[in-house]
Design a protein around this ligand. Structure first.
Ligand SMILES: Cc1cc2nc3c(=O)[nH]c(=O)nc-3n(C[C@H](O)[C@H](O)[C@H](O)COP(=O)(O)O)c2cc1C
Length: 188
């Protein structure tokens, strides 16, 4: 089955973190759609899906990002940065298997790139019909909040799509190479 759906047991977690309240978990059918280049946002997306009993869909690029491709802090000329500086860049998707029609709320998770959403998020949004749906944004970053992400997302969907900012988890690597959450900025 190519579609990356993972059905959970019929029980919403007893503990729903505050930043997930906006998803209105009990009354909406939720898909957690996520892009992750180095895995941190993937962890966040899986946590959200576990907490709210949602299905998961990974937004994957046709051509995976290598370590060099995302070496943003070393080189502003890396592939990922170059994509962000190109207004019209729409990286190719690996598949078009997301069953968006079956959900009313999409928790859209991505890493903050150049104070915005990675361009593959625009590729994803422009490949499906989100009319009448709610999209709640979640992100991870090294230090920044959503900054320009809301506008970037808004520009790729119809006017009848309700977009809300959920939360940004700011993470850092400790001395043992473990990823630690520094703080979570909650927007609602
Ligand atoms: C091209 C690129 C640009 C980035 N720009 C920012 C930024 O503007 N602000 C920030 O706080 N972090 C920035 N980061 C760091 C990522 O947001 C952060 O490491 C994120 O948690 C990585 O998520 P991932 O492991 O799911 O890919 C950038 C990373 C890359 C690769």
């Amino acid at each position: 089955m190519p579609y990356k759906s993972r059905k959970k047991a019929n029980k919403i977690s007893d503990f729903i973190p505050e930043y997930l309240n906006i998803l209105n978990c009990k009354n909406s059918k939720i898909l957690v759609a996520y892009f992750t280049a180095s895995g941190i946002t993937g962890g966040m997306a899986h946590n959200i899906a576990d907490c709210v009993n949602a299905d998961l869909y990974e937004i994957e690029p046709k051509y995976c990002y290598t370590r060099e491709d995302i070496s943003y802090w070393e080189s502003r000329a890396c592939r990922a940065a170059a994509e962000m500086y190109d207004e019209n860049c729409r990286p190719e998707l690996a598949d078009f298997e997301a069953d968006i029609a079956s959900y009313d709320t999409i928790a859209l998770c991505f890493p903050i790139w150049c104070c915005s959403a990675p361009k593959i998020i625009n590729s994803f949004l422009e490949s499906y019909d989100f009319s009448g749906k709610r999209i709640v944004l979640y992100a991870t970053s090294d230090r920044d909040g959503f900054e320009k992400a809301y506008e970037a997302v808004k520009g790729s969907v119809n006017d009848d799509v309700k977009i809300s900012e959920g939360a940004v988890k700011i993470c850092c690597e400790d001395e043992n190479g473990e990823i630690k959450e520094v703080k979570t900025i909650i927007y609602n």
